[in-house]
Design a protein around this ligand. Structure first.
Ligand code: 5GP
Length: 123
């Protein structure tokens, strides 16, 4: 791994219950909660509970159960937000990774933005 996991990052503290969050969904291996500084009318973050910094770490190090749980959690959250194209809406998923990706919190997270026409780019 190119860089190690920082146990003091904000999302690790949220997972340990040291910082409050507005939970949307919790599963065996994943947690979804509202972003503290929403960039869209609906903005939820979905994280795995394991110590993974980026998607590439997660893909190479996580168990099949963790990966399945996480992918299903992301989809379930979009359904719970009521923003799927099936519901006539839409959303954007984004995961920033590393310095060039402008990742601020070094714990894997997928952003889900929704609730408005998002245009070409957000975040
Ligand atoms: P990144 O730039 O790493 O992709 O995004 C990190 C996100 O975490 C930002 O959208 C930021 O608003 C959010 N964030 C940072 N600190 C906290 C926090 O303490 N609680 C919550 N819910 N979100 C946070």
């Amino acid at each position: 791994m190119a860089y190690s996991y920082d146990e003091q990052n904000i999302f690790a503290k949220i997972l340990r219950g040291e910082i409050p969050n507005k939970t949307v969904l919790e599963t065996d291996h994943s947690l979804a909660f509202e972003d503290i500084n929403p960039q869209a009318p609906q903005h939820v973050l979905v994280i795995p509970k394991g110590p993974y910094v980026t998607f590439d770490h997660f893909a190479s190090e996580a168990s099949e159960a963790e990966i399945a749980d996480y992918v299903r959690a992301v989809g379930k959250v979009a359904q719970m937000m009521g923003v799927t194209p099936d519901a006539g809406q839409g959303y954007r998923m984004l995961s920033n990774a590393g310095p060039d990706g402008h990742q601020e919190v070094p714990h894997l997270h997928v952003h889900i933005f929704a609730g408005a026409f998002l245009g070409r780019m957000i975040k």
